[in-house]
Design a protein around this ligand. Sequence first.
Ligand code: FES
Length: 277
Amino acid sequence: MWDYSEKVKDHFFHPRNVGEIPDADAVGDVGNIACGDALRLTLKLDNGRIVDAKFKTFGCGSAIAAASALTEIVKGKTMEEAEKITNQDIADYLDGLPKEKMHCSVMGEEALEAAIADYRGFEKAPAEEGAIICKCFSVTDTIIERVIRGNNLSTIEQVTNYTKAGGGCKSCHPDIQRIINEVRGAEVAVAPKRAKKMSNIKKMKLIQETIEKEVRPVLMLEGGDVELEDIDGDTVYVSFSGSCAESPGAKATTRSTVESRLREFVTEELVVEEAAS
Ligand code: FES
């Protein structure tokens, strides 16, 4: 089960600086409602320092906590100081985020970068200027490269956790792997791990247990849910409800989360698909 720090819970239940500054000096918009996450950051400056920061987000509890933390971190800083803030700084301020939720800290860093670009009169932030690698979540090669370097990532699953890229149809996986190889060097391309052998009965029992104990309680905490519908070989069919079914992006994120938990607790061969309704 995802382990939220006390600080994440505090910023989720009591978010700081919610709203929008009407006469903001800088506005940073990132994300896409259709993808399940979006964040608007507005900043007010006085004498070259950020004197106020507010946010609006359509996202999960971790997105709210990360945006709330970001507004606290940037206050009092110059733009030069603010542009050094990384997603890891946001996660550290919250005493960490579950690895599956690190994309929320990256969204905060992107919103800040977009606000700084807006303040300086640029039309686009650097992260927006790269080539789109993941069409499902509109993630560019620039942002993928940055999170790989900044967070020492070496697998596609990690890139998905940090950016959502690769968490949908998976057609971008070869491109993500290519970028990982380019950034990290071909020698770190990891060989696939050996599958664990287990009986079908044990596998089905473990799948049921993992979904009930490791997945559903966390999804329900954020107003969503998933139900096991069928198992056919290594393919697990599930149905989504609540916030997990609100958009194609929310479904893709949930599907990816369920799959990563099942691969962690059962076997790496498992693939999760949405059951036909
Ligand atoms: S294009 Fe990246 S998951 Fe579909």
